[in-house]
Write a protein of this length. Sequence first.
Length: 118
Amino acid sequence: MRVLAFEDHYDIEAILVAGGVQTDDLVIEQRWNSSDALDWIRRFAPDVLLLDHFMPPRTGYEVLRSLLSSDAVRPSRIVAMSSASEKNHAMVALGADEGVVKFDLASLSFWPKTTGEI
């Protein structure tokens, strides 16, 4: 699964690992700003797109609006993952598949989970 995250403060892979997500079969690309967001989406062709709202220079909402009105291929799953629930609700209303506070990102059911076995 190819995962593209736009998040400017927290390491998304670290959040997933800490939450018990098995990341070995994930290809995770994190962009620390939203410059050239549509170009990254087109080039990386993610299955899962993670969007933080509060990220310079364009918000996750603005990136999502641009994506949905472009000719870029829509990722299979778009997740709004702001730390502010109301921003996630706004992105879901615009067209994201789901919204979750970023620190609860690992709780989403589509991630492969670790078994806990050594």
